[in-house]
Design a protein around this ligand. Structure first.
Ligand code: SF4
Length: 316
C-alpha cells in the first residue's frame, strides 16, 4: 500500500512538470507558444497527449541500427517540420495514432526489447521530447540497457537537446537542406540550415565519436542522414561537404536515394519523380572524391511505397 502511494505521488510530480513546460510550448524551433495542455495544437498538430502510431521491429534502417533482429522503432504521431513531400504523411499530420501514457511508453520499450530489438529507436520524437525524457528515466530505473536512438528531422532546439543529455546514445538526425530558400519552399522553415547545424553540433558534443558493440551494432555516436532529392544534387553536395569539413570521419553520413513521390507531388515541377541512378551516383562519386570513408549508401530498389511501414498502431 505504501509502495503504491509513493509511486503514485512520484508519477503525479512527473506530470506536473510536464504540464508546466507545455503551457506555452517552445520545445522545438517553431516556438509556437501554444498551450498544449489546454488542447491547443501546435505546428506539430499535437496537444499534450502522447500519441504513437506504431511500435515494432524495423529492418530498414542502416545495418548498424537494424542488425539481424531489427530496430525497436516507436513512431510518434505529428511532426514539427512538415515537409511537403513527406514519406510518412499519415503520421506527420497526426491523422492516426493512439494516445498513451508515459508509463505505457516505458512498457513499450521493454516489450520491444523482449522481441529482440537491438535498440530503441524514437522516430520523429521532437514534439514529445519531454514525455520521452520521463519515459526513459522510468526505463533506466527499471534497468533498460539498450542503446537509445533519437531519429529526427534535424529541426531541433539545442536547448531541448541539452535536456536529453545522458539519455540518448545515438543521434540519427537528417540534414536535409543547405539553402534557406529550399528549406523554406519544401519545409516552411527558412532557418532549417542554421538550426540543423547547431543541433547536429550539440548532438556530437554529447556523443563524441561513434563506438560499436562486439557484434558490430552502434552503441554510441552520430549518423547524419541526407535524402537526395530529384533535381537537387548540388544541394546534396553542399550538405555532404559541410558535414565532412566539420566532423571528418568521426560521424557516419547516410546518403539516401529512397525519395518516393507521394500523390500530392504529382504536379510538382521537380518532386513528382524518383531520383535517377545517374543523379545518385553523382552524389556518391562526389562524397568519395572528398575522401569520406564512413558513409552508408542505398541500393537501387529502395524507393518504393512498400518500404513505408503501416501506421496501424501495431505494438502500441
Ligand atoms: S513542439 Fe509543437 S507546439 Fe511545441 S513549439 Fe514545436 S511545433 Fe509548436
Amino acid at each position: 500500500m505504501y509502495y503504491y502511494l509513493i509511486v503514485h505521488l512520484s508519477l503525479e510530480r512527473v506530470m506536473i512538470n510536464l504540464f508546466n513546460e507545455l503551457k506555452a510550448c517552445t520545445i522545438c524551433p517553431r516556438k509556437c507558444g501554444v498551450n498544449r495542455l489546454d488542447g491547443k495544437l501546435g505546428y506539430c498538430r499535437t496537444d499534450s497527449n502522447l500519441t504513437v502510431s506504431r511500435a515494432a521491429l524495423h529492418q530498414w534502417e542502416e545495418p548498424v541500427i537494424s542488425g539481424t533482429n531489427g530496430s525497436g522503432t516507436v513512431f510518434f504521431s505529428g511532426c514539427s517540420l512538415g515537409c511537403i513531400y513527406c514519406q510518412n504523411h499519415l503520421i506527420s499530420k497526426a491523422e492516426n495514432g493512439k494516445k498513451i501514457s508515459v508509463e505505457r511508453l516505458c512498457k513499450i520499450f521493454f516489450e520491444l526489447k523482449e522481441k529482440g530489438a537491438h535498440n530503441i529507436n524514437l522516430v520523429t520524437p521532437t514534439h514529445f521530447a519531454l514525455h520521452i525524457i520521463k519515459a526513459l528515466e522510468l526505463a533506466n530505473k527499471q534497468g533498460l540497457k539498450l542503446p537509445i536512438v533519437y531519429n529526427t528531422s534535424g529541426y531541433e532546439s539545442a536547448d531541448t537537446l541539452k535536456m536529453l543529455e545522458g539519455l540518448i546514445d545515438v543521434y540519427l538526425p537528417d540534414f536535409k537542406y543547405f539553402s534557406s530558400d529550399i528549406a523554406k519552399e519544401f519545409s516552411f522553415a527558412p532557418d532549417y540550415p542554421e538550426i540543423a547545424k547547431a543541433a547536429i553540433a550539440e548532438m556530437y558534443r554529447q556523443t563524441g565519436k561513434f563506438s560499436f558493440s562486439a557484434s558490430g551494432m552502434i552503441k554510441k555516436g552520430l549518423i547524419v542522414r541526407h535524402l537526395v532529392l530529384p533535381g537537387y544534387i548540388e544541394e546534396s553536395k553542399k550538405v555532404i561537404k559541410y558535414l565532412y569539413d566539420t566532423f571528418s570521419d568521426n560521424i557516419f553520413i547516410s546518403i539516401m536515394n529512397q525519395y518516393t513521390p507521394m500523390p500530392a507531388m504529382k504536379n510538382h515541377p521537380q518532386l513528382h519523380r524518383k531520383l535517377t541512378t545517374f543523379e545518385y551516383e553523382k552524389v556518391i562519386d562526389y562524397a568519395l572524391s572528398l575522401g569520406i570513408e564512413n558513409a552508408f549508401v542505398q541500393d537501387k530498389n529502395t524507393a518504393k511505397e512498400s518500404f513505408i511501414p503501416e501506421f496501424n498502431c501495431e505494438g502500441v
